[in-house]
Design a protein around this ligand. Sequence first.
Ligand code: GTP
Length: 379
Amino acid sequence: MRAHPASAPAPAPSSGGPATEAIMLVGGKGTRLRPLTVHTPKPMVPAAGVPFLTHQLARARAAGVEHIVLATSYLAEVFEPYFGDGSALGLHLEYVTETDPLGTGGALRNVAHRLRSAPGDPVLVFNGDILTGLDIPALVATHRSSGADVSLHLTTVDDPRAFGLVPTDADGRVTAFLEKPQTPEEIVTDQINAGAYVFTRGVLDTIPAGRPVSVERETFPGLLADGAHLQGMVDATYWLDLGTPQAFVRGSADLVLGRAPSPAVPGRCGERLVLAGARVADDAKLFGGTCVAAGAVVASGAQVDGSAILAGAHIAEGAVVRDSLVGAGAHIGPRTVLDGVVVGDAAHIGADNELLPGARVWPAARIPASAIRFSPDAP
Ligand code: GTP
């Protein structure tokens, strides 16, 4: 069944006000973010000192959302013990778990029965791995004023080759969903799907139930083919897909620096964020949006730049950590250098090692100390 055929009239849009309901898609396996996602679902990996999802929930709340349904699947059991009923964030949260993953569209259909909105009301949908300064009320206003069935946040990128493209006409109406371009001629726009949508509630009910559906590959192209109105809103504010370790580390640092807006950063934005219960030696240097979590230790002479040091991790004396994430309880030995590296929880890297961009150390792995003392001037 195609979603929302053109012959079926769109439900009449309701007028005015913010969208008060949202669905958060948080059930993906987060394979690109391994090893951080081996024991923790991507939205629960800490960014700027709190699980990343906290930033998205707080931003939605600030935009007037009151009720959020979390569509969970992979490691579903960890969300509710942390966020509970959502009242600490001023929200009412509900959780729906897929036994078998239903994909992004199937997940939306699977939770739609928990919404209270009328068929013509706007419902926000967020991918659970996007850090953005999107003007959420503006997306809702665009949806209402255009009378669209679905409105999509579009962002522009310098190099669109890695993305599906979403061209629009002069009125912002989506004209196509194009696969990743293979040739320069196929790059007809620099606009891409930014992972935040407003659906007219009734449209969610037309997604097929009980089977996997991709909203990007099936629902949106199907709606377009059936003549539905899909509206794009280009908002070129801060936007980052935190799907890879490098992007995740960048996003955490940008939250600490205040480049990425969030009401949930637990402290003042600046070069560093040191949470209560962390210990940092007086002569250690922290900068570039580094976050040091509770129970972590940064020892004398260590330098940490643009990195996230998770709870209970230990950075030994003279270590240099740049653009890296050090997992909970992990140990980085004296004088060891990490540059663009992800270290899994409880891993142990001995003294005088050097790990370069892209290296991923898996949870509880052990790399012994070198027999040769590391010197930055060594050939
Ligand atoms: P990768 O495996 O690294 O591609 O990450 P991912 O699994 O998160 O996939 P992707 O980035 O394409 O997912 C976009 C958003 O949809 C993320 O917030 C996911 O958590 C979510 N998502 C993806 N697949 C499912 C699913 O089957 N069910 C639910 N509930 N959410 C999903």
